[in-house]
Design a protein around this ligand. Structure first.
Ligand SMILES: *[C@@H]1O[C@H](CO)[C@@H](O)[C@H](O)[C@H]1NC(C)=O
Length: 355
């Protein structure tokens, strides 16, 4: 788990336009939960001596191909801009992807490398590829598109500059949803990026609506959740490392993050009340907000004849008392445990769930 403090979240979540770097935490850390003992252990860093520290968000872990006893940890690090803490609101975060290495059970992680590139703009989540040289990631707000500025006349914005950094981000998506302007919601201004240690980074898939969680399926395809439109994009990797869309899975609600269980099923954190999550719970994390977990599998039943390739089931939903603000859910199909956590959530929730 990539962990931070609840106090810092109202100030610093670049994905939702919280860019007050003065209030951000720089001491975030990776912790593991051991399901056999239910203990949480925090990893100390080794060799990571950068003054801007770690401000974590999405991550992935993969076994190293060259050294199978080692694990590689990929972390989104939302650093404050070099110019200074006050500039966060103007220029956004100076986000990078950090690579660490550890061994199962170890309580340290060793720093390996930092990926900084103009394609890494607003990174949200990372998917390892199985090769240690490269990874895919989502930019939840991609690039600022020219021509978009005219849309601002819909709203009464007095300071356009501020909103180009600010409201251009997810708040505009949410605003559009609230006002029911579908045309705005369907503007795909997020993307999936690809980085390779020698070849550098590039945009692998563009024009995605609200790209958020990304996961590599057991079929080798990449699944990307749309946090604003309620769908999952299914991509196939090409020889040039770009991604080609092969399917769109419609969902009845927006999903934040995705994970995959040992049987190959995809799990998504379904957003029950996205505006409440982003505007109320992120502002005051102690206020609970509902959570849900969706499970997506290949449809082997009757519906498959009628073009329903995927089966989507809601496995869990809670008012927020047990699981508040879950933006990530993960299922352990061996132990039959469902894990739920969130970017500003008060705790990890573990449920016995049989599917
Ligand atoms: C999404 O979930 C995966 C799997 O549980 C996790 O590794 C990743 O850090 C999560 N990303 C975000 C942005 O929460």
């Amino acid at each position: 788990m990539a962990c931070s403090t609840q106090q810092s979240r109202p100030h610093w979540i670049p994905a939702t336009n919280r860019l007050n770097a003065t209030g951000k935490s720089s001491m975030d850390y990776v912790a593991f939960f051991d399901p056999s003992t239910s203990r949480i252990k925090r990893l100390e860093t080794e060799g990571f001596k950068f003054s801007r520290g770690l401000s974590l968000h999405g991550m992935d872990i993969a076994r190293s191909r060259e050294h199978p006893s080692e694990l590689l940890i990929y972390l989104v690090n939302h650093r404050e801009p070099l110019e200074g803490k006050d500039d966060g609101r103007e220029v956004g975060a100076d986000s990078v992807v950090e690579i660490f290495e550890t061994k199962p059970g170890s309580d340290t992680m060793r720093y390996i490398a930092t990926f900084k590139d103009s394609v890494i703009v607003t990174p949200n989540d990372i998917a390892a590829t199985g090769d240690e040289m490269d990874f895919y990631f989502t930019n939840d707000h991609g690039f600022v598109k020219t021509g978009l500025v005219c849309l601002f006349s819909f709203f009464d914005f007095s300071n356009l500059n501020e909103y180009i950094v600010g409201w251009m981000r997810i708040d505009l998506d949410l605003q559009a949803r609230r006002l029911n302007i579908d045309a705005l919601l369907d503007l795909g201004w997020s993307n999936v990026g690809y980085c390779h240690a020698h070849k550098g980074c590039k945009v692998a898939a563009d024009n995605i609506v609200g790209a958020n969680g990304i996961v590599r399926g057991s079929d080798g395809k990449y699944y990307v959740a749309s946090s604003t439109s309620g769908r999952i994009y299914v991509f196939e990797r090409q020889t040039d490392d770009s991604l080609v869309l092969t399917d769109l899975i419609p969902l009845e609600r927006s999903v934040d993050n995705l994970s995959i269980d040992q049987t190959g099923a995809i799990w998504g954190a379904g957003l029950v009340h996205a505006l409440h999550l982003v505007n109320v719970h992120f502002e005051t994390p102690s206020i609970n907000t509902p959570s849900s977990a969706l499970r997506i599998t290949l449809n082997e039943g009757e519906g498959s004849y009628f073009g329903e390739k995927y089966k989507v089931e809601k496995i869990f939903e809670d008012s927020g008392e047990l699981a508040s603000g879950s933006t990530s859910v993960a299922y352990d199909s061996k132990r039959k445990k469902l894990y739920l956590h969130g970017i500003a959530a008060p705790h990890l929730t573990v449920c016995d769930v049989e599917v």
